[in-house]
Design a protein around this ligand. Structure first.
Ligand code: IPM
Ligand code: MG
Length: 423
């Protein structure tokens, strides 16, 4: 039997895990998440790696602008991801219009063929939805992560001979100025494996429906393939009582708002999944709470869906929840399901108790309606401490201070602490 790709390759007594604090507020989030994990005594050896804008700057300084070795991902990081059992990654910073700059996470998705992007959107206790009926939401999105418009096969301006490839290009030949084309590439393998991953997940977790959002009604070849494969594979899972629904992705976007409780597992191609997963996360607290996992055969990188909030970098203002829930997903991947469940429970309790000094500004502002949210906001570390103490009431005094110092060092962001490009 094929191995369960949603779980680590090999069960071990202790795991080696790479952590990457990313950029800007990513460091703060990672520090908060590691503090929570410190309270739990987990069987994990941590290995630091770095990537993102900080590495782009470092490589430019070292090799000089325009040098082909400049990158957001140093070789050391690639090696660490390859050599460890799983990777926990914080948010990174991207800047548009920088020549030669390539997103670190997009590179990792291609390099390690991380074809599953799993994005849960689950209503947390104490975090309401923006919807009037406040429905129960527990959606797990399976976004294809390597193909589609993310294949990066693009042309500008379109070479002359390309106009001859399809008669549909005739109307773009004259009078329209330059033409840009991005290929939307779907492969049978690509469709099949993401659809299978979604159904296998439903089967393993007892979920009873899988929806596939596509646009086969218009985009005949690519989405047509997705729809065909979906219906084909769905038949194999009927015996497990799993119902399959194939629908137009725009309708999915609408129904997610109207009746989110009707969705459980959703599978979509890369671009549609990118959009639908942000939408689903917004129904359950927004990106500040949304975790995700990029999973392939040989590596798994767990990252929050939130951005790196550069304006608050190193000020410990950001909500650590997305990072903490991301760590929770990683623990599930490692088979540490009980620990994972405890983390979610602890976070829920802190959110519900709503004690002074335990919730970050965004929670007070967006979910508690506190007009003094700025003044009353807890720091990233304070919120993480509250969660850590739910997990382990003994986590206080010297023990807590020592753990804080440890994780602070683990996430040091000064130039000398960044690992990579052989230093
Ligand atoms: C995501 C992000 C990325 C994507 C960006 C940052 C490249 O939006 O992970 O959803 O488009 O996949
Ligand atoms: Mg996105």
């Amino acid at each position: 039997m094929a191995r369960n790709i949603m779980k680590v390759k090999e069960t071990k007594d202790r795991y080696d895990v790479t952590y990457m604090a990313g950029d800007d507020s990513g460091f703060d989030m990672m520090e908060g998440a590691l503090l929570v994990l410190e309270a739990m005594n987990l069987p994990i050896n941590w290995h630091r790696a770095d990537l993102g804008w900080c590495m782009w700057e470092k490589s430019n300084k070292k090799f000089g602008e325009g040098d082909p070795r400049c990158n957001t991902v140093p070789p050391e990081t690639i090696k660490s991801i390859r050599d460890t059992d799983a990777t926990l990654m914080a948010a990174i910073t991207s800047k548009a219009g920088v020549k030669g700059f390539k997103s670190a996470i997009l590179q990792m998705r291609q390099l390690f063929d991380l074809y599953i992007n799993i994005r849960p959107a689950k209503k947390l206790p104490g975090i309401g939805t923006p919807l009037a009926k406040d429905p129960d939401i527990d959606i797990v999105m399976f976004r294809e992560n390597t193909e589609d418009l993310y294949a990066a096969v693009e042309f500008f301006p379109l070479p002359k001979e390309m106009f001859d490839l399809h008669k549909g290009m005739d109307r773009f030949r004259e009078g329209k100025g330059d033409v840009a084309v991005s290929w939307r590439v779907f492969s049978e393998q690509g469709c099949e494996r993401i659809i299978r991953a979604a159904f296998e997940y439903a089967k393993a977790t007892g979920r009873k429906t899988v929806h596939c959002g596509n646009k086969a009604n218009v985009i005949r070849q690519t989405d047509g393939m997705m729809k065909r494969k979906f219906l084909e594979i769905a038949k194999e899972y009927e015996q497990y009582g799993i119902k399959a629904y194939e629908e137009n992705a725009d309708a999915t976007a609408m129904w997610l708002i109207k009746n989110p409780q009707d969705y459980s597992v959703v599978v979509a191609s890369n671009v549609f999944g990118d959009i639908l997963s942000d939408e689903a996360s917004q129904l359950t607290g927004g990106l500040g709470f949304a975790p995700s996992g990029n999973i392939g055969v040989d590596a798994a990188i767990f990252e929050p869906s939130s951005g790196s909030v550069p304006k608050y970098a190193h000020q410990y203002k950001v909500n650590p929840s997305a990072m903490i829930m991301t760590a929770k997903m990683m623990l599930e991947y490692l088979g540490l399901d009980e620990d994972a469940a405890k983390i979610e429970k602890a976070l829920g309790e802190v959110l519900v108790e709503n004690k002074p000094g335990t919730l970050t500004y965004d929670v007070l502002r967006d979910f508690r309606g506190d007009p003094d949210w700025e003044k009353n906001a807890a720091s990233t570390i304070e919120m993480a401490t509250a969660i850590a103490q739910k997990l382990n009431p003994e986590f206080k005094g010297e023990k807590l201070e020592a753990a804080k110092e440890k994780v602070h060092k683990m996430c040091a962001w000064d130039e000398a602490s960044l690992i990579g490009f052989a230093d």
